[in-house]
Each structure stands twice: as structure tokens, then as C-alpha cells.
Design a protein around this ligand. Structure first.
Ligand SMILES: Nc1ncnc2c1ncn2[C@@H]1O[C@H](COP(=O)(O)OP(=O)(O)O)[C@@H](O)[C@H]1O
Ligand SMILES: [Mg+2]
Length: 333
């Protein structure tokens, strides 16, 4: 196992109390595998990745769990117990990331190629500049950028090109895992789609593992071997992508895949699931999805369902799973 996350918990401390953004998350990741994490905005997806990478704001409080990373030389290391100086050896080289809105992170005053050369030399200080440059040229070709663009500045790039450059940057230190957090959300749909396919092809070609985060299950479907569905700080379902699509068992997963008409005044909008995720300062005490769930009952209101393996490789936290062929009717608001 390349990465094994066990009972990971991280809460944000605020004046109002604790925001329970990561509330006991567990999953495994194999080398070369693409794992998608999907859930509505505010469910804690970014918080999970930042907890794994230990890139958290000051008010974040680590509450427990393990992140076991096997870098291939012996015993897995538990990233949560490393000193920050040691952790730095694993970021970028072991696990790298493409952030939400990363394309704005390119420095406007340096040539794009030089920024990636610098990233390589930061982590591998012995790399001669001409070797690093050659590597960047290869990476540019890999992500679909002409290497002559290395000599240009970010403002000379389109949005899609900047995003490609950021992907090249994330690949530059040969990571075993890339965490991509909504990397294409800022792009138009056609460019987004093309880049997604290319990311997937690169991931397969390099046999790199990837954790791909999006609020959009259609996007996730394109890049994932397995899909984890996150709701209100927890994983509620996880299975291979085909199973998630053909046989979703959690009503939330089912809801994410169906659109329901919602009539607001004269306009009819398509909403996935009526209502909103709960406030993570005070989530419902039973199942966190209970207030929005058409199948919810007294048991769901009172008891948080355990997250268990209901079928081989199929994990679920639900008292009343959706049955094969069942139609779940969400009431439009
Ligand atoms: N620094 C912070 N302090 C307090 N609450 C935060 C902080 N960052 C995020 N949150 C809250 O944590 C929850 C999860 O956020 P996030 O991980 O960004 O979700 P997602 O990526 O799924 O949209 C949200 O309720 C959000 O408002
Ligand atoms: Mg996010």
C-alpha cells in the first residue's frame, strides 16, 4: 500500500467552537491508482488534503489518526509524527499537489520555465541547471506545452496553459502521489475536459497515484479508478467507479448523480440535492445527511451509522442503503 490514511481527524478552532471538517477519514491508495474524492462545497475535501500534507492554517487542530506513506524504501512512515523539517522531504518529492486556483500561483515576474527549474533545484540541489532545463522541456511536452514557452512569462499564457504549467510543476520532482484539488474548476468546460483526459493519461503513463478532488461527480468519473464520497467531514461511501455509478448505496451518492428540478419563482433550475450541507460547528448528532435524506428515520436521527465494508471493497455508512432499482425521490424545495 502506497498510502494508508487511518481515522484522520482535524478540526478548526473558531470563536464559535470547533469546525469538524475532517472527522475520522480512512482510506488506502495503491501505487498507480486514481482515487476521486467528491462532495459538495464545504464538505471538507480540501481540509483532508491539507491535513495529509500538513499544510494547515494556525487555527487547525490535529485531533488524531495516521497517514502512513510507503516511499518504497522499507517501513512506511507516519507523516503525522514527523518533525516539520522531515515532512518537507516528503512534500513535492513524495506527495505533490495541484491546488485549487493554482494557476494564479505562478510568479508573474519570472519566466515559467525558470520557476520549474527552481522547484527542481530546491528539492534536488545537486541538479545542474542544464539537466533541470532538459527535464522541464520534457515535462512541457508531456503536458502539451511547446518547450519554447519556457522562456515566456505567465501573462503570456492562457488560463489552460497556466494550468498545464502548474501540472508540469507538480510533476517536476517525480512524486509518487499527486493530490489535485479542483485543478480545472476555473477553466471553461472544453479546456477542462481536455486537461482532465491528459492528466489521466499522464498519471497512467507514469504509473503515479493520484487523489483527485472535485465537487463534480462527472469530472471525478473521468479520472478515478475508485471514488470516495464525502459529506460533512466524513466519507459516507467508497467503491470502484463502476460500482459507484451502477450501484450507489448511499442516498447522498445517488443524489449527486441525479439532477432534480427546483422551481425558484418562474425559473426552473437543476439542483442535485435540495438543501445544504450542515454547519460543521454543530452537525446533526445522528447521520449527518439525515436532515436532507428522503430515507431518513428515527434511527438515522439518533445514531450515526458506522462506516463499514458492506461488500468487497465497497464501504458505506448508512442505515437504509438504496436498493438495486430503487428510485429515491428528493423533494424539490
Ligand atoms: N481556516 C478555517 N477556519 C475555520 N473553518 C474553516 C477553515 N477552513 C475551512 N473551514 C471550514 O471547514 C469546512 C470544510 O472546508 P473545505 O475543506 O474547504 O471543504 P471543501 O474543500 O469540500 O469545499 C467548511 O465548513 C469551511 O468553512
Ligand atoms: Mg475545496
Amino acid at each position: 500500500m502506497l498510502l494508508s490514511v487511518k481515522n484522520l481527524k482535524m478540526h478548526y478552532k473558531t470563536k464559535m467552537g470547533y469546525v469538524r471538517a475532517v472527522d475520522s477519514i480512512s482510506f488506502d491508495l495503491d501505487s498507480g491508482e486514481g482515487l476521486g474524492i467528491v462532495g459538495e462545497s464545504g464538505c471538507g475535501k480540501t481540509s483532508v488534503s491539507m491535513t495529509i500534507l500538513r499544510l494547515l492554517p494556525d487555527n487547525a487542530e490535529f485531533k488524531g489518526g495516521e497517514v502512513l506513506f510507503d516511499n518504497g524504501n522499507g517501513e512506511p512512515v507516519n507523516l503525522v509524527s514527523l518533525a516539520e523539517s522531515e515532512m518537507r522531504r516528503y512534500r513535492w518529492k513524495g506527495i505533490s499537489m495541484i491546488f485549487q486556483a493554482a494557476m494564479n500561483s505562478l510568479n508573474p515576474v519570472y519566466k515559467v520555465g525558470d520557476q520549474i527549474v527552481e522547484a527542481i533545484q530546491n528539492h534536488f540541489p545537486d541538479t545542474p541547471t542544464d539537466v533541470a532545463k532538459k527535464k522541464v522541456a520534457e515535462l512541457f511536452r508531456l503536458v502539451g506545452l511547446d518547450p519554447t514557452r519556457m522562456e515566456q512569462y505567465p501573462h503570456q499564457y492562457s488560463g489552460g496553459m497556466k494550468q498545464r504549467a502548474v501540472i508540469a510543476m507538480a510533476l517536476s520532482c517525480d512524486p509518487r502521489i499527486i493530490i489535485a484539488d479542483e485543478p480545472t474548476t476555473a477553466l471553461d468546460v472544453i479546456v477542462q475536459d481536455r486537461i482532465l483526459r491528459e492528466i489521466r493519461a499522464i498519471q497512467k503513463k507514469l504509473n503515479m497515484a493520484m487523489i483527485y478532488i472535485s465537487h463534480d461527480i462527472a469530472v471525478i468519473a473521468e479520472v478515478s479508478d475508485r471514488i470516495a464520497v464525502m459529506y460533512a467531514g466524513k466519507f459516507v461511501e467508497l467503491a470502484d467507479s463502476v460500482t459507484i455509478f451502477k450501484r450507489p448505496m448511499h442516498p447522498y451518492t445517488y443524489g449527486l448523480m441525479h439532477a432534480f428540478p427546483s422551481v425558484t419563482g418562474k425559473k426552473v433550475d437543476l439542483v442535485t440535492i435540495p438543501g445544504e450541507p450542515p454547519d460543521l460547528l454543530a452537525p446533526p448528532r445522528g447521520c449527518r445527511f439525515y436532515p436532507r435524506c428522503p430515507k431518513g428515520d428515527k434511527l438515522c436521527e439518533e445514531k450515526d451509522p458506522e462506516y463499514v465494508e458492506v461488500d468487497k471493497g465497497h464501504f458505506l455508512a448508512c442505515h437504509h442503503p438504496v436498493q438495486p432499482g430503487e428510485v429515491v425521490q428528493f423533494n424539490a424545495e
